[in-house]
Design a protein around this ligand. Structure first.
Ligand SMILES: [Zn+2]
Length: 344
Protein backbone atom coordinates (compact mmCIF):
# COMPACT_ATOMS: atom_id res chain seq x y z
CA UNK A 1 0.00 0.00 0.00
CA UNK A 2 1.40 3.41 -0.90
CA UNK A 3 -0.85 5.78 0.96
CA UNK A 4 1.58 8.67 1.26
CA UNK A 5 3.83 7.88 -1.62
CA UNK A 6 2.72 10.78 -3.77
CA UNK A 7 2.29 13.38 -1.11
CA UNK A 8 4.91 14.99 1.03
CA UNK A 9 4.96 14.09 4.67
CA UNK A 10 6.34 16.96 6.64
CA UNK A 11 7.98 16.26 9.93
CA UNK A 12 9.72 18.72 12.17
CA UNK A 13 9.17 22.13 10.61
CA UNK A 14 10.11 22.29 6.96
CA UNK A 15 11.98 19.01 6.79
CA UNK A 16 10.57 16.86 4.08
CA UNK A 17 10.25 13.12 4.02
CA UNK A 18 8.45 11.98 0.92
CA UNK A 19 7.10 8.84 2.54
CA UNK A 20 6.91 7.56 6.11
CA UNK A 21 9.06 4.74 7.43
CA UNK A 22 6.78 1.76 7.82
CA UNK A 23 7.29 -1.64 9.32
CA UNK A 24 7.96 -4.17 6.58
CA UNK A 25 5.41 -6.85 5.78
CA UNK A 26 7.89 -9.40 7.07
CA UNK A 27 8.18 -7.67 10.44
CA UNK A 28 4.40 -7.32 10.75
CA UNK A 29 4.00 -11.00 9.88
CA UNK A 30 6.44 -12.14 12.56
CA UNK A 31 5.01 -9.77 15.15
CA UNK A 32 1.51 -11.17 14.64
CA UNK A 33 2.78 -14.75 14.48
CA UNK A 34 4.79 -14.32 17.67
CA UNK A 35 1.73 -13.31 19.68
CA UNK A 36 -0.52 -15.96 18.18
CA UNK A 37 1.89 -18.87 17.91
CA UNK A 38 5.15 -20.33 19.16
CA UNK A 39 7.97 -19.35 16.81
CA UNK A 40 10.38 -22.05 15.68
CA UNK A 41 14.12 -21.45 16.12
CA UNK A 42 14.45 -20.37 12.49
CA UNK A 43 11.46 -18.06 12.73
CA UNK A 44 12.75 -16.51 15.93
CA UNK A 45 16.15 -15.92 14.34
CA UNK A 46 14.60 -14.31 11.28
CA UNK A 47 12.28 -12.22 13.46
CA UNK A 48 15.25 -10.90 15.43
CA UNK A 49 17.14 -10.08 12.23
CA UNK A 50 14.16 -8.14 10.90
CA UNK A 51 13.58 -6.30 14.19
CA UNK A 52 17.22 -5.29 14.36
CA UNK A 53 17.14 -4.03 10.79
CA UNK A 54 14.04 -1.97 11.48
CA UNK A 55 15.54 -0.51 14.64
CA UNK A 56 18.59 0.48 12.63
CA UNK A 57 16.43 2.24 10.06
CA UNK A 58 14.54 4.12 12.79
CA UNK A 59 17.82 5.15 14.40
CA UNK A 60 19.04 6.38 11.02
CA UNK A 61 15.83 8.43 10.66
CA UNK A 62 16.27 9.96 14.11
CA UNK A 63 19.87 10.93 13.42
CA UNK A 64 18.90 12.37 10.04
CA UNK A 65 16.15 14.37 11.74
CA UNK A 66 18.54 15.68 14.37
CA UNK A 67 21.09 16.64 11.73
CA UNK A 68 18.58 18.40 9.49
CA UNK A 69 17.53 17.57 5.95
CA UNK A 70 15.59 20.65 4.89
CA UNK A 71 17.52 20.86 1.60
CA UNK A 72 16.81 17.25 0.68
CA UNK A 73 13.95 15.08 -0.43
CA UNK A 74 14.13 11.74 1.35
CA UNK A 75 12.67 8.51 -0.01
CA UNK A 76 12.70 5.61 2.41
CA UNK A 77 12.15 1.91 2.29
CA UNK A 78 11.03 1.40 -1.25
CA UNK A 79 11.20 -1.35 -3.85
CA UNK A 80 12.01 -0.30 -7.38
CA UNK A 81 11.59 -2.44 -10.45
CA UNK A 82 14.41 -1.82 -12.89
CA UNK A 83 14.52 -4.09 -15.91
CA UNK A 84 13.31 -7.49 -14.78
CA UNK A 85 14.47 -7.30 -11.18
CA UNK A 86 13.26 -5.55 -8.04
CA UNK A 87 15.69 -3.92 -5.61
CA UNK A 88 15.02 -2.65 -2.11
CA UNK A 89 16.33 0.74 -0.98
CA UNK A 90 16.57 1.77 2.67
CA UNK A 91 16.96 5.47 2.03
CA UNK A 92 17.72 7.78 -0.88
CA UNK A 93 18.69 11.41 -0.26
CA UNK A 94 17.72 13.48 -3.26
CA UNK A 95 18.65 17.00 -4.25
CA UNK A 96 18.77 18.80 -7.59
CA UNK A 97 22.14 17.44 -8.68
CA UNK A 98 22.82 14.48 -6.38
CA UNK A 99 21.32 11.19 -5.32
CA UNK A 100 22.78 9.46 -2.30
CA UNK A 101 21.83 5.81 -1.96
CA UNK A 102 22.11 4.88 1.72
CA UNK A 103 22.16 1.18 2.57
CA UNK A 104 21.56 0.95 6.32
CA UNK A 105 23.14 -1.82 8.41
CA UNK A 106 22.57 -2.30 12.11
CA UNK A 107 25.43 -4.78 12.59
CA UNK A 108 27.14 -4.99 15.95
CA UNK A 109 30.40 -6.67 16.92
CA UNK A 110 33.77 -7.11 15.24
CA UNK A 111 33.90 -7.40 11.46
CA UNK A 112 36.75 -7.47 8.99
CA UNK A 113 37.21 -7.18 5.25
CA UNK A 114 39.72 -9.60 3.78
CA UNK A 115 40.15 -9.97 0.01
CA UNK A 116 36.92 -8.09 -0.64
CA UNK A 117 34.97 -10.43 1.58
CA UNK A 118 33.23 -9.44 4.81
CA UNK A 119 33.67 -11.65 7.87
CA UNK A 120 32.23 -11.67 11.35
CA UNK A 121 34.80 -13.66 13.27
CA UNK A 122 35.58 -16.50 10.87
CA UNK A 123 32.14 -16.51 9.34
CA UNK A 124 31.58 -15.03 5.89
CA UNK A 125 28.68 -12.62 5.47
CA UNK A 126 26.94 -14.19 2.50
CA UNK A 127 25.37 -11.19 0.82
CA UNK A 128 28.22 -8.70 1.02
CA UNK A 129 26.77 -5.25 1.84
CA UNK A 130 29.25 -3.55 -0.49
CA UNK A 131 28.09 -5.68 -3.39
CA UNK A 132 24.48 -4.94 -2.43
CA UNK A 133 25.27 -1.25 -2.42
CA UNK A 134 26.99 -1.49 -5.81
CA UNK A 135 23.98 -3.26 -7.30
CA UNK A 136 21.52 -0.77 -5.80
CA UNK A 137 23.49 2.26 -6.95
CA UNK A 138 23.77 0.75 -10.43
CA UNK A 139 19.99 0.38 -10.62
CA UNK A 140 19.47 4.02 -9.69
CA UNK A 141 21.95 5.09 -12.35
CA UNK A 142 19.98 3.16 -14.95
CA UNK A 143 16.85 5.05 -13.96
CA UNK A 144 18.18 8.60 -13.74
CA UNK A 145 21.02 8.50 -16.32
CA UNK A 146 23.52 10.63 -14.41
CA UNK A 147 25.81 11.43 -17.36
CA UNK A 148 23.02 12.76 -19.51
CA UNK A 149 21.41 14.69 -16.67
CA UNK A 150 24.51 16.11 -14.95
CA UNK A 151 23.87 14.13 -11.78
CA UNK A 152 26.10 12.62 -9.15
CA UNK A 153 24.83 9.24 -7.95
CA UNK A 154 26.72 7.90 -4.98
CA UNK A 155 26.18 5.00 -2.61
CA UNK A 156 27.16 4.77 1.05
CA UNK A 157 26.96 1.92 3.49
CA UNK A 158 25.65 3.36 6.72
CA UNK A 159 26.59 1.46 9.87
CA UNK A 160 24.30 2.94 12.51
CA UNK A 161 25.25 0.80 15.48
CA UNK A 162 27.88 2.32 17.75
CA UNK A 163 28.98 -1.20 18.74
CA UNK A 164 30.08 -1.96 15.17
CA UNK A 165 33.82 -2.32 14.61
CA UNK A 166 35.40 -2.89 11.22
CA UNK A 167 38.94 -3.53 10.10
CA UNK A 168 40.03 -3.82 6.50
CA UNK A 169 43.07 -4.67 4.42
CA UNK A 170 41.79 -2.34 1.71
CA UNK A 171 41.86 1.41 2.36
CA UNK A 172 39.66 2.07 -0.67
CA UNK A 173 36.79 0.59 1.30
CA UNK A 174 36.35 3.53 3.65
CA UNK A 175 35.12 5.95 1.03
CA UNK A 176 31.98 3.81 0.69
CA UNK A 177 31.28 3.61 4.40
CA UNK A 178 29.87 5.94 7.01
CA UNK A 179 30.08 4.66 10.57
CA UNK A 180 27.96 5.89 13.45
CA UNK A 181 30.59 8.29 14.76
CA UNK A 182 30.63 10.22 11.48
CA UNK A 183 26.99 9.91 10.56
CA UNK A 184 25.68 13.27 11.73
CA UNK A 185 28.61 15.03 10.07
CA UNK A 186 27.86 13.15 6.85
CA UNK A 187 24.18 14.16 6.97
CA UNK A 188 25.02 17.79 7.70
CA UNK A 189 27.55 17.87 4.89
CA UNK A 190 25.10 16.36 2.37
CA UNK A 191 22.37 18.75 3.45
CA UNK A 192 24.58 21.84 3.47
CA UNK A 193 25.61 21.60 -0.17
CA UNK A 194 22.20 20.61 -1.48
CA UNK A 195 19.05 22.24 -2.67
CA UNK A 196 15.89 20.53 -3.80
CA UNK A 197 13.77 22.27 -6.38
CA UNK A 198 12.06 21.15 -9.57
CA UNK A 199 14.89 18.87 -10.61
CA UNK A 200 14.79 16.96 -7.32
CA UNK A 201 11.01 16.66 -7.54
CA UNK A 202 11.37 15.26 -11.03
CA UNK A 203 13.90 12.68 -9.80
CA UNK A 204 11.50 11.58 -7.08
CA UNK A 205 8.81 11.19 -9.71
CA UNK A 206 11.08 9.06 -11.91
CA UNK A 207 11.86 6.75 -9.00
CA UNK A 208 8.28 6.51 -7.78
CA UNK A 209 7.13 5.57 -11.27
CA UNK A 210 9.13 2.36 -10.80
CA UNK A 211 7.92 1.62 -7.29
CA UNK A 212 6.39 -1.81 -6.64
CA UNK A 213 5.32 -3.84 -3.62
CA UNK A 214 7.89 -6.11 -2.02
CA UNK A 215 7.79 -9.22 -4.23
CA UNK A 216 10.19 -11.25 -2.10
CA UNK A 217 8.18 -11.83 1.03
CA UNK A 218 5.36 -14.29 0.52
CA UNK A 219 5.11 -16.29 3.72
CA UNK A 220 1.64 -17.12 4.93
CA UNK A 221 0.66 -18.66 8.23
CA UNK A 222 -1.38 -21.83 8.60
CA UNK A 223 -4.81 -20.85 9.92
CA UNK A 224 -4.92 -23.94 12.14
CA UNK A 225 -1.61 -23.09 13.74
CA UNK A 226 -2.40 -19.63 15.06
CA UNK A 227 -4.19 -18.96 18.31
CA UNK A 228 -7.70 -17.57 17.85
CA UNK A 229 -9.22 -14.86 19.98
CA UNK A 230 -8.35 -11.32 21.01
CA UNK A 231 -5.43 -10.22 23.15
CA UNK A 232 -4.25 -7.27 25.19
CA UNK A 233 -2.45 -4.58 23.19
CA UNK A 234 -0.20 -3.75 26.08
CA UNK A 235 1.01 -7.12 27.36
CA UNK A 236 -0.20 -9.64 24.75
CA UNK A 237 -2.27 -11.69 27.21
CA UNK A 238 -5.33 -13.55 25.90
CA UNK A 239 -6.84 -13.55 29.40
CA UNK A 240 -9.39 -10.80 29.00
CA UNK A 241 -12.66 -10.11 30.70
CA UNK A 242 -15.42 -8.91 28.44
CA UNK A 243 -17.92 -6.24 29.35
CA UNK A 244 -20.36 -4.63 26.97
CA UNK A 245 -18.10 -2.26 25.05
CA UNK A 246 -14.65 -3.24 26.29
CA UNK A 247 -12.28 -6.00 27.20
CA UNK A 248 -10.26 -5.66 30.40
CA UNK A 249 -6.93 -7.47 30.57
CA UNK A 250 -6.75 -9.71 33.63
CA UNK A 251 -2.95 -9.62 33.52
CA UNK A 252 -2.19 -5.89 33.34
CA UNK A 253 -5.52 -4.08 33.71
CA UNK A 254 -5.43 -2.47 30.27
CA UNK A 255 -8.92 -1.69 28.97
CA UNK A 256 -9.53 -1.56 25.23
CA UNK A 257 -12.72 -1.16 23.21
CA UNK A 258 -14.29 -3.89 21.11
CA UNK A 259 -13.40 -1.79 18.08
CA UNK A 260 -9.71 -1.71 18.99
CA UNK A 261 -9.68 -5.48 19.43
CA UNK A 262 -11.43 -6.15 16.15
CA UNK A 263 -9.12 -3.74 14.34
CA UNK A 264 -6.08 -5.51 15.81
CA UNK A 265 -7.50 -8.85 14.67
CA UNK A 266 -8.13 -7.48 11.16
CA UNK A 267 -4.53 -6.29 11.00
CA UNK A 268 -3.18 -9.61 12.27
CA UNK A 269 -5.29 -11.45 9.74
CA UNK A 270 -3.99 -9.29 6.92
CA UNK A 271 -0.36 -9.66 8.03
CA UNK A 272 -0.58 -13.42 8.60
CA UNK A 273 -2.58 -14.43 5.54
CA UNK A 274 -1.61 -11.53 3.27
CA UNK A 275 -3.60 -12.06 0.06
CA UNK A 276 -6.13 -14.51 1.46
CA UNK A 277 -9.53 -13.00 1.02
CA UNK A 278 -10.83 -11.76 4.35
CA UNK A 279 -14.51 -12.33 5.02
CA UNK A 280 -16.64 -11.45 7.99
CA UNK A 281 -17.13 -15.09 8.90
CA UNK A 282 -13.41 -15.91 8.68
CA UNK A 283 -12.70 -13.00 10.96
CA UNK A 284 -15.40 -14.20 13.33
CA UNK A 285 -13.57 -17.56 13.53
CA UNK A 286 -10.26 -15.75 13.91
CA UNK A 287 -11.46 -13.86 17.02
CA UNK A 288 -13.02 -17.10 18.23
CA UNK A 289 -16.46 -15.50 18.44
CA UNK A 290 -15.32 -13.15 21.21
CA UNK A 291 -16.94 -10.22 19.42
CA UNK A 292 -20.36 -10.20 17.76
CA UNK A 293 -20.70 -10.49 13.99
CA UNK A 294 -22.41 -7.11 13.98
CA UNK A 295 -19.45 -5.38 15.65
CA UNK A 296 -17.05 -7.12 13.27
CA UNK A 297 -19.06 -5.88 10.31
CA UNK A 298 -19.07 -2.32 11.70
CA UNK A 299 -15.29 -2.27 12.21
CA UNK A 300 -14.64 -3.89 8.82
CA UNK A 301 -16.78 -1.19 7.20
CA UNK A 302 -14.86 1.53 8.99
CA UNK A 303 -11.30 0.41 8.26
CA UNK A 304 -11.54 -1.70 5.12
CA UNK A 305 -12.70 -1.42 1.57
CA UNK A 306 -15.12 -3.92 0.14
CA UNK A 307 -14.03 -6.21 -2.66
CA UNK A 308 -16.88 -7.95 -4.46
CA UNK A 309 -16.22 -11.31 -6.02
CA UNK A 310 -19.41 -12.75 -7.48
CA UNK A 311 -21.89 -13.22 -4.66
CA UNK A 312 -19.15 -13.02 -2.00
CA UNK A 313 -17.96 -9.95 -0.14
CA UNK A 314 -14.34 -9.60 0.93
CA UNK A 315 -12.54 -6.92 2.85
CA UNK A 316 -9.13 -5.35 2.42
CA UNK A 317 -7.55 -3.18 5.10
CA UNK A 318 -7.20 0.47 4.08
CA UNK A 319 -4.13 1.02 6.23
CA UNK A 320 -0.63 -0.35 6.36
CA UNK A 321 -0.91 -1.55 9.93
CA UNK A 322 -2.67 -1.13 13.27
CA UNK A 323 -0.75 1.99 14.28
CA UNK A 324 -1.52 3.76 11.04
CA UNK A 325 -5.22 2.90 11.35
CA UNK A 326 -5.34 4.05 14.97
CA UNK A 327 -3.57 7.28 14.08
CA UNK A 328 -6.22 7.97 11.46
CA UNK A 329 -9.16 7.91 13.85
CA UNK A 330 -10.08 10.73 16.12
CA UNK A 331 -7.71 10.93 19.06
CA UNK A 332 -10.28 12.13 21.58
CA UNK A 333 -12.67 9.27 20.87
CA UNK A 334 -9.78 6.83 21.09
CA UNK A 335 -8.80 8.14 24.51
CA UNK A 336 -12.34 7.75 25.64
CA UNK A 337 -12.49 4.17 24.44
CA UNK A 338 -9.15 2.73 25.49
CA UNK A 339 -7.70 3.12 28.91
CA UNK A 340 -4.12 1.98 29.16
CA UNK A 341 -3.14 1.13 32.69
CA UNK A 342 0.15 2.95 33.10
CA UNK A 343 0.77 1.54 36.56
CA UNK A 344 1.79 -1.76 35.06
ZN1 LIG B 1 -2.50 -6.81 29.41
Amino acid sequence: MKIYSHSKVTMGGDMVFINPRKKSRELLYYEALKVRSHLSQDELYQYEVVVKGYEGECLYDDLLDESGHNNLLVLRDLYLKVGQSVTQFDSILISDYELKVNEIKNFSGDYKYVNDQLFKGNQTISDDPLHQLGRATGKIKRLVQPDKNRLLVEGKLIYVNDEFYLTSDNDMLWKNIVARGNLKRYFRQVNSVSSSGDRAEKLVEILQNHEVDNPYFNLKADFNRVKKGVYCGQCGSFHLQKDRFHFVCLSCGCKESNETHVLRAICDYQHLFYDDLMTRSKLYDFVDGKVSGKTIWRVLSKFCRIVKNGPSTYYKLNYHDFNEAMAAIDISSKRYKDIINLNN
